[in-house]
Structure formats: structure tokens, C-alpha cells
Design a protein around this ligand. Structure first.
Ligand code: DOR
Ligand code: ZN
Length: 346
């Protein structure tokens, strides 16, 4: 069986920098035309000038002849000024600002202490119509790690969308029924991305036969009823839900560690994993909207005009890929994936 789709884009991606960037970007560039590139480098990408320089490094790392286009983001801090986000908007290559709660995840130390206090910047984003991308978790250590998304909606997000009704907002990597219900009920300016791992796995996958660091990401995998709700939202045809892998590479040594890093690497097989998830509920006909249409429309960018072809034919990712001087263990390493991307023209 073959499935031809408009070429997809990845609306949430971590590419890292330096040798790591050079190792991973080819995987994304082979599938996707564009990607929203996350700014959580060390140090984070907090200015338009830093985003311009990072964009050039990404372009220099692309395989020869690639038409891949990185779409840049700024990292929101307590010190971000309204002028900086105006500069970002005027640049034409910064497409959003990313909110990380301080301390929530990888390289988020410089993140925001209290989002609702950043009135001047939020009002400016609303005015200039630059989207805010939200890592929707609280970091309060008293809140159970599996409830952090739900509590964020109650404590922060509900007020945010009420106070800034014209703010374009993406709830990144939605993982719970509460998140997809909130987004579905909100106005048309509120959307969500969904990762492949949150469509395919529930939290049992963290403990299958022993602890599984390569299935650990943030927000963490949730119970089966949440996976089912997120899968129903992604495959339901609503323009509010679109593809964002959150592919987040960490070296094997940083994952298989006493304090392992959060992040699932899925760029090597992203569209194939989504095809598997949509196929599992008989919704392959909804894949193109989710992967190739809704995100472009939300970001007010042209839809891609070329196509890709997927073939229902199993293949098995290797145990690792090179990652700078180290290696990375990909999602589904040494385990078959039901769909594969046909070579160009295949
Ligand atoms: O699992 C994650 N990894 N979640 C994030 O929010 C950040 C990401 C990373 O950069 O490694
Ligand atoms: Zn991310």
C-alpha cells in the first residue's frame, strides 16, 4: 500500500548545534520542507541576532542541494523586551517565541519564573501577531510529575488566553486529555502540536522489562486514556492539531546515565511513525491535514507544493546513529516500523 501526501513540515524540533547539529539535521531535511527550530541552546537563542547566526549554522550543516528551511524561534526570558520581539517579527525569519518555565527541562534554567507577569511582552506579541509557543507544565515540585500539564492549564493557561484573546498560541507537545480538550474548546488562535511518542506509547513504555531511558521525554508519557484522547484529537481532522515531533537528541551516554536527560530522538523516522499511529485507528486519510496543512495555515505560511510517498513496508532503524563524537539511540532502535518513506521519485 502506498500513500502520497503534500510534503510535511515539523512544527517543533530540536537541532542542537555544532557537530551534533551536523549529525541530525539531514534526517529532518530528508522528510520535511521546514521546521520550527527550538531555541534551547547553551546559551539560549534570546535575540534576533543570535537567531540569524544560528539559522546560518543550520543552513551550512545541510546536505548539498537540500531545500530545507529552518524557521527560527526566540527563547523567552524574564528580561525579553518588547523591542526584541518587534525586531524578531520584522526579521521575517523568526516565526515564534518559546516559553519554557524555568527549570522545566533541558537548558531551561534561563526560562521564565512567572509567565503572567510578563505583561508588556505578551501584549506586544498579541499586537504584532507573533505566536507564543508554550511548554505547558508547572515546575512546582509539590505537583506530581504526571499532573504538571493539567495543573499548568488550571494555574496559567486559562488566565493567559482570557487576558490575551488575540494571542496566537501553540500548546506544544500536548500529552493529556485535559490539554487536547482545552485546545479544542479554545478559540481558533489556540492550537497544539503532538509528538509521535505520545501517539504511540503510554507510560508503561517507560518500564517495559526494566527502565527505558530512550522513552523518557518531557512532558513524560501518560496513561493509556490520555494517549487515546491525544490520538483522537490528532486524527480527528481539526485544524487546531498539527505535527511537531519534539525530536530531541541526546548522546547515548547522557540518556543511559544516573540522571538521564529528557528527549526522544524521532527525526530519522518521523513521518513513518505518525503514519503508523494514524493507520492504527484507520485514519490515514487525516494524516495529510495534520502533517502538511494545518501547521502551515496556523503560521500563515504557504503550504508546500511537492509531495512525498509512504509505503506500507516494514524496516528496522539501527541501534544507533552517529552524533558528533558520540552516538544517539533512535526511537524504535532495532524494532520494526510498519511504514517507510519512499526515496525521492520512488
Ligand atoms: O524531552 C524533552 N527534551 N522535552 C523538552 O521540553 C526539551 C527537550 C530537549 O531539548 O532535550
Ligand atoms: Zn521540545
Amino acid at each position: 500500500m502506498r500513500l502520497t501526501l503534500r510534503r510535511p513540515d515539523d512544527w517543533h524540533l530540536h537541532l542542537r548545534d555544532g557537530a551534533a547539529l551536523a549529525s541530525v539535521v539531514r534526517h529532518t531535511a530528508w522528510q520535511f520542507r521546514r521546521a520550527i527550530v527550538m531555541p534551547n541552546l547553551k546559551p539560549p537563542v534570546t535575540t534576533t541576532a543570535a537567531a540569524a547566526a544560528y539559522r546560518e549554522r543550520i543552513r551550512a550543516a545541510l546536505p548539498a542541494g537540500s531545500r530545507f528551511e529552518p524557521l527560527m524561534t526566540l527563547y523567552l526570558t524574564d528580561g525579553t523586551s518588547p523591542d526584541e520581539v518587534k525586531r524578531a517579527r520584522a526579521s521575517g525569519f523568526v516565526h515564534a517565541v518559546k516559553y519554557y518555565p524555568a527549570g522545566a527541562t533541558t537548558n531551561s534554567d534561563a526560562g521564565v519564573q512567572d509567565l503572567l507577569k510578563l505583561h508588556a511582552v505578551l501584549a506586544t506579541l498579541e499586537e504584532i501577531d507573533l505566536p507564543l509557543l508554550v511548554h505547558g507544565e508547572v515546575t512546582d515540585p509539590a505537583v506530581d510529575v504526571f499532573d504538571r500539564e493539567k495543573v499548568f492549564i488550571e494555574r496559567v493557561l486559562a488566565s493567559l488566553v482570557r487576558r490575551y484573546p488575540r494571542l496566537r498560541l501553540v500548546f506544544e507537545h500536548a500529552t493529556t486529555r485535559e490539554a487536547v480538550d482545552f485546545v479544542a474548546a479554545a478559540g481558533a488562535l489556540v492550537a497544539a502540536t503532538v509528538t509521535p511518542q505520545h501517539l504511540l506509547l503510554n507510560r508503561n513504555a517507560l518500564f517495559r522489562g526494566g527502565i527505558r531511558p530512550h522513552n523518557y521525554c518531557l512532558p513524560v508519557l501518560k496513561r493509556e486514556r490520555h494517549r487515546e484522547a491525544v490520538l483522537a484529537a490528532a486524527t480527528g481532522g481539526s485544524a487546531k492539531f498539527f505535527l511537531g515531533t519534539d525530536s530531541a537528541p541526546h548522546a547515548q551516554s547522557a540518556k543511559e546515565n544516573d540522571c538521564g536527560c529528557a528527549g526522544v530522538y524521532s527525526a530519522h523516522a518521523a513521518i513513518e511513525l505518525y503514519a503508523e499511529a494514524f493507520d492504527s485507528v484507520g485514519k490515514l486519510d487525516a494524516l495529510e491535514g495534520f502533517a502538511s496543512v494545518h501547521g502551515a495555515d496556523f503560521y500563515r505560511l504557504p503550504r508546500n507544493t511537492d509531495s512525498i510517498t509512504l509505503i506500507k513496508e516494514p524496516w528496522t532503524p539501527p541501534g544507533s546513529y552517529p552524533f558528533g563524537d558520540e552516538v544517539i539511540v533512535p526511537f524504535r532502535a532495532n524494532e520494526p516500523i510498519a511504514w517507510r518513506l519512499a526515496p525521492e521519485g520512488g
